[in-house]
Write a protein that binds this ligand. Structure first.
Ligand SMILES: O=C(CO)[C@H](O)[C@H](O)COP(=O)(O)O
Ligand SMILES: [Fe+2]
Length: 219
């Protein structure tokens, strides 16, 4: 069984103490940094952009798992690669030429991810799953941290795992939104490989211990 991954989302961190938050993740048992980029168009919220990603990349010692919630993400693929991003995930709903977008991300040396909104069927990845490194299954509607986990996600993860196996794909399944110590184990049991956790980690009293707890729960 491959190692399961915890990716704290800096969206829920204290931006006034960003370097401190990054160092906490560096020293914790977390595996990746999850960066949420929102443009106020694809989702009704704006998070942060290139200068902040550049600042994070300067101190982060773990892979930057970057989730683009923006329209026409092709415009910025090279920019994110140049900033040092390791995984670049675009939304299925924002990509009319998804196959071309995935090729462009890989051509820049990054892992290529596709995120699915809660209403988007995993069956729509039937013809691209072999070209995808990571599928982010949104377990909340994208745009905000701190929302409640959507229970239908478990069955979606199970169906996606079946699709990945049937197509001999090596794609990892990542769950994003409302993840906590109560739903983490069940998500892994249904086939998830990586869990994003924002509020549950950064709003807790001892974030390092919370990350450790999540790692233990999914081990
Ligand atoms: O993509 C996201 C929201 O669109 C965030 O990654 C996600 O919400 C994580 O935050 P939390 O764990 O607080 O739900
Ligand atoms: Fe995210």
């Amino acid at each position: 069984m491959s190692k399961k991954i915890i990716a704290p989302s800096l969206l829920a961190s204290d931006f006034a103490n960003l370097q401190h938050e990054i160092e906490m993740v560096n020293q914790s048992e977390a595996d990746w940094f999850h960066l949420d980029i929102m443009d106020g168009l694809f989702v009704p919220n704006i998070s942060f952009g290139m200068p902040i990603v550049e600042a994070i990349a300067k101190y982060a010692k773990k892979p930057l798992d970057t989730h683009l919630m923006i329209v026409d993400p092709d415009r910025y693929i090279k920019t994110f690669a140049d900033l040092g991003v390791n995984h670049l995930t675009v939304h299925y709903e924002a990509c009319p030429h998804l196959h071309r977008t995935l090729q462009a991300i890989k051509a820049e040396g990054m892992k290529a991810g596709v995120a699915l909104n809660p209403h988007t069927s995993i069956n729509l990845l039937e013809d691209t799953i072999q070209d995808i490194d990571i599928v982010i299954v949104m377990s909340v509607n994208p745009g905000f941290g701190g929302q409640s986990f959507i229970e239908n996600t478990y069955l979606k993860v199970r169906d996606l795992k079946n699709l990945i196996e049937r197509k001999n794909s090596s794609a990892l399944i990542e769950i994003d939104g409302g993840v906590n110590a109560t739903n983490a184990k069940k998500l892994i049991d249904y086939g998830a490989d990586a869990l994003v956790a924002g509020s549950f980690v950064f709003k807790s009293e001892h974030p390092t211990e919370t990350i450790k707890q999540l790692k233990e729960v999914i081990a």
